[in-house]
Design a protein around this ligand. Structure first.
Ligand code: CAA
Length: 263
């Protein structure tokens, strides 16, 4: 089994794999290396017949994934931006289409790429301390890991537009009301409840669960999405290198408010 720098995988009975993003100092933000590690690990788990359910979560109790790594994105070129977005799409596609259920266990901040990776899973279980949002416009960019489509699919176009244009952060109860989460559990019991859900699924007929997932992927037009989504990667790349992107990300790193000029 491969060992990685930024993710760990724990096995629980019966047939549950828990993949944890493990960069707590950066609130589990996704840099290029972590995205690559996720791609490798999820590809292996997709093929592993001993695994019936995959849980994606974040290390520590503060954050699921606080988005793509702003420090790393800050100085990307537009071409590198396209490649970065496409790599995130590959991870999202694996979560969405692997022939076994994927559960996002959102234990804290799920912002930007964090909400997007959670949305790519089959469903989201959230702690009552979870916070969701797509704050990319505050950084001079757009969601780059499929958010413009998957958020709308989950909550409907008007609410997705509200969240993406405003960058608003919402708490678990509001996310539940909007249809983003399947369940919200109190933080103290969160992990036990997540494992119970995964165990219940893992004890069902895996061939029946896999067939249900395959059909729902087809009915939700996900296959069409995978053809269209490259447009998002190119739009994301075009914004990388713009004045507003450099200003937005520099302001985040310098811990100050951004001054945008719309260029
Ligand atoms: N990238 C890189 N580093 C990050 C990060 C990110 N997305 N989010 C947090 N961190 C780092 C902070 O820089 C800080 O590092 P230092 O201790 O070295 O200063 C550390 O994690 C702790 O963060 P804060 O001190 O900011 O913690 P807080 O509790 O005050 O705030 C927070 C938490 C609200 C999540 C805040 O960190 C935040 O707003 N993070 C950015 C969220 C964001 O904008 N995400 C979207 C990224 S863009 C994206 O994801 C694009 C895409 O679709 C592909």
């Amino acid at each position: 089994m491969a060992t990685f720098e930024n993710i760990t995988t724990e096995r629980l009975e019966p047939g549950i794999a828990v993949v944890r993003i493990d960069r707590p100092k950066a609130l589990n933000a996704l840099n290029a290396k972590t995205i690559l590690e996720l791609q490798l690990e999820l590809s292996d788990l997709a093929k592993d017949s001993t695994v019936r359910v995959v849980i994606l979560t974040g290390a520590g109790d503060k954050s699921f994934i606080a988005g793509a790594d702003i420090t790393e994105m800050k100085d990307l070129t537009p071409g590198e931006g396209v490649i970065f977005s496409q790599a995130g799409h590959e991870v999202a596609k694996l979560l969405e289409t692997m022939p076994k259920p994927t559960i996002a266990a959102v234990n804290g901040f799920a912002l930007g790429g964090g909400t997007e990776m959670a949305l790519a899973c089959d469903f989201i279980l959230a702690s009552d301390r979870a916070v969701f949002g797509q704050p990319e416009v505050a950084l001079g960019i757009i969601p780059g890991f499929g958010g413009c489509f998957r958020l709308a699919r989950a909550v409907g176009w008007p609410k997705a537009k509200y969240l993406i244009y405003s960058g608003a952060r919402i708490k678990a109860d509001e996310a539940m009301e909007m249809g983003l989460c399947a369940k919200v559990f109190p933080a103290e019991q969160f992990w036990d409840e997540v494992v119970k859900v995964a165990q219940t699924i893992a004890r069902q007929s895996s061939s029946a669960v896999t067939k249900a997932k395959q059909l729902m992927v087809e009915f939700s037009e996900t296959t069409g999405l995978h053809y269209k989504i490259d447009g998002e990667a190119h739009s994301f790349g075009r914004l990388i290198g713009s004045g507003d992107q450099r200003e937005g990300m520099t302001a985040f790193v310098e811990k100050r408010a951004a001054k945008f000029e719309g260029i």
